[in-house]
Design a protein around this ligand. Sequence first.
Ligand code: FE2
Length: 203
Amino acid sequence: MKHLLPKLAFSPDALTPFVSEETLAYHHGKHHAGYVEKLNGLVASTDLQDLSLTELVQRATGPVFNNAAQHYNHSFYWRCITPGDGKQPSGELLQAIERDFGSMAKLKEAFTSAAKTHFGSGWCWLVEDSAGRLRVRTSDNAGCPLVDGEAPLLTCDVWEHAYYIDHRNDRARYVDLFWSAANWDFAALALATPTDVEKLILA
Ligand code: FE2
C-alpha cells in the first residue's frame, strides 16, 4: 500500500494570519510530503507494507514509527484547521467539554497553556482517553495519542516549522491565533465516529 499526501481542504491563502500560504507550502508540501516519502521507502517490501497508517502508528517503532506518526499527526492537523467563521462546539462535543473541563473557556485555557509551554518539538492535543473522558495533553516529537489508546479530537502542531516563517520565535502568538482556525466540526466528527478518522484525514 502506497501512502499518499492528503490534499488540503482549504485554499492555502485562507488561514492568514494564523499560517500563511508560504508556511503551508513548506509545512504541507515539504515537511509532511517528506515524511510520506520516507515512510513509503521504509515499509516497501517489508511485512509492514500492507498495514494501515493507524496500525503502523500503533505497532511500529524507530524510524517507521516516526515517519508514520508524523504522517498521521499532520494529516490530522490539516483537518483541525479551517478558515474561521467563529463557529463553536455544540451538541455532544460541547456537553463532553463542559462535563470534563467545566467550560469552553477552561478547555481553551488548558490547551493554550499546554501548547505554549511544551518544551521543544511536539504536538498539543484534545483527546478522549480510554475511560471516555476528554483531556488536554502534549506529545514529544512524533508522539501520537493513539499509542496510549486515546482518541485524538483536535491538535495543534507546535514544531517550529509550523510557525517560524509567520511568527518567528513567537509560538504564543501562533497558538493564540490557532483558535481562529480551530475546526470544531471535525473534532465533533472525531468524537462521534472514531473508527472513521483515518478515512477522514487521508481523504
Ligand atoms: Fe509539522
